[in-house]
Write a protein that binds this ligand. Structure first.
Ligand SMILES: Cc1cc2nc3c(=O)[nH]c(=O)nc-3n(C[C@H](O)[C@H](O)[C@H](O)COP(=O)(O)OP(=O)(O)OC[C@H]3O[C@@H](n4cnc5c(N)ncnc54)[C@H](O)[C@@H]3O)c2cc1C
Length: 432
């Protein structure tokens, strides 16, 4: 009897024929071999935080909830080996206790380490990279049930970091961490034109710079996070202010605003103008993961594309013009982040300095028209879609965006010759 699986964004549904929860690499080998022997498909799933159907399957769904241990940690070298199902939230706390941290993180910490790495999850930082760059080794159970340990220097390692769940079940990950650090956060509203004028200084002059542009306005909310010298006293946001600003304003009130915008779309531009001013300037200093990650309680759908960094202004201005002429109303701000080029084959950052432009729509509102218009703009600038966020690209398009695409396909042929890990999403983005 099949069960129903739904992702966080309510944009992907699956009916796996079975759900298994292995507790060791040996159990994963056994289940992969058994499934492959009868031609059943297998799909490991993380926390279901991808908006695409990348984790969906009608075969055997492998939940990694019993493989969440830290297996080895060396505080001196910063190398840490963990099981593939460990949620980032727990990983961050465990690393902190060891005096370590990941060099960069995204907005939330609900994903599992392998789920996050497999789709190229990233934060922001013009000199920094996505989470996959911190991965220095993986243990993988391939489609034939073979256990492979891949590390830097191995042929297939470039494929195994951002692997889209296509090469096998990752049972262990080795991370190169950095010493734990504090971030000083400065958040303030800025005019969009002022951001464009000072963009290079903002991106290059801060460790982590990002902005949220409010559609229907020329206003943004900006965030600058910078490392502070060891020994600096943390000055976190007080509990009362956290409750007011992060829970009530950012989540509670924003949820209410989205509901009002759904009932009265014509009010959205005025609400956005208010919102852009309501989130006032603030500064605080806290542990890196506390600053990077915050709760997202308002459910939404998202599309995000990486575009060449130098194109970001044109892309966002075209998006603004499209929103204005389309008659669409959009409550969610557009998030804009930056990363440096990396060497991970299927990373959106592969050999390119990027800006990321992310469009969101409240879960109760239609998103197709908005996202289609945005995607036309992103793809005109050689955009690379986030593998875990809504997009319509196929292998023909993606093959042109990634210099190592054919090498990745060859790795897939070698590691999963019978396509035990395939699903409809992978058929589209990689081919059968
Ligand atoms: C509210 C929200 C905020 C987000 N913020 C950001 C952000 O700031 N930056 C960003 O880049 N992205 C962000 N994302 C996207 C998210 O980080 C990615 O979609 C990520 O892949 C989700 O991880 P997960 O653990 O939920 O994995 P899932 O979505 O469950 O799975 C993702 C992929 O990983 C594979 N996988 C999972 N575990 C294994 C395993 N053990 N072995 C092999 N394959 C495996 C799955 O098969 C699938 O292919 C956000 C998403 C949401 C919903």
């Amino acid at each position: 009897m099949s069960t129903t699986w739904v992702n966080w964004g309510r944009s992907a549904v699956a009916h796996p024929s079975a759900v298994l929860r292995p507790s060791s690499t040996e159990e994963v080998v056994e289940l992969v071999r058994e499934a492959a022997a009868v031609g059943r498909r297998v799909k490991a799933v993380g926390s279901g935080h991808s908006f695409t159907s990348i984790a969906a399957t009608d075969g055997v769904m492998v939940e990694m909830t019993r493989m969440t241990r830290v297996l080895h940690a060396d505080a001196a070298t910063g190398r840490v080996r963990v099981e593939g199902g460990l949620p980032l939230r727990e990983l961050n706390r465990l690393l902190d206790a060891l005096g370590l941290a990941l060099p960069n993180l995204g907005d939330i910490d609900h994903q599992t380490i392998t789920g996050a790495v497999s789709t190229g999850t990233h934060g922001t930082g013009g000199r920094l990279h996505g989470i996959s760059k911190a991965v220095v080794g993986v243990r993988l159970v391939t489609g034939t049930g073979e256990v492979l340990d891949l590390a830097e220097g191995d042929d297939l390692f470039g494929a195994a970091r951002v692997s889209l769940g296509a090469l096998g079940v990752v049972t262990e990950v080795v991370l190169q961490c950095v010493p734990a650090f504090l971030l000083h956060a400065r958040e303030e509203p800025m005019a969009l034109d002022a951001v464009w004028e000072g963009l290079d200084d903002l991106v290059d002059g801060n460790d982590h710079f990002e902005l949220y542009w409010w559609p229907h306005t020329r206003r943004t909310s900006t965030k600058r996070n910078n490392r502070v010298p060891a020994g600096t006293e943390p000055r976190p946001v007080s509990r009362a202010r956290h409750l007011l600003e992060d829970e009530v304003l950012s989540n509670g009130a924003f949820g209410a605003i989205c509901r009002v915008g759904t009932a009265k779309p014509s009010w959205v531009p005025a609400i956005n103008r208010l919102n852009a001013r309501a989130l006032s300037a603030r500064e605080f200093t806290d542990r890196s993961h506390e600053v990077f990650c915050s709760p997202r309680r308002v459910r939404f759908r998202e599309m995000e594309y990486a575009v060449p960094r130098e194109a970001v202004r044109d892309v966002v201005e075209e998006l603004a013009a499209f929103v204005d002429r389309s008659g669409l109303t959009v409550s969610f701000p557009v998030e804009i982040r930056f990363t440096a080029a990396d060497d991970v084959w299927m990373s959106t950052g592969h050999e390119r300095d990027n800006a990321y432009v992310a469009v969101h729509q409240y879960v109760q509102r239609p998103f197709a028209g908005y996202f289609a218009g945005a995607e036309d703009i992103f793809t005109a600038y050689e955009g690379r879609p986030h593998w875990g966020k809504i997009h319509t690209r196929d292998a023909a398009y993606l093959g042109k965006q990634y210099a190592r695409f054919d090498d990745f396909l060859a790795a897939r042929d070698r590691l999963d010759p019978e396509r035990t890990f395939a699903n409809a999403y992978l058929d589209r983005v990689l081919g059968p």
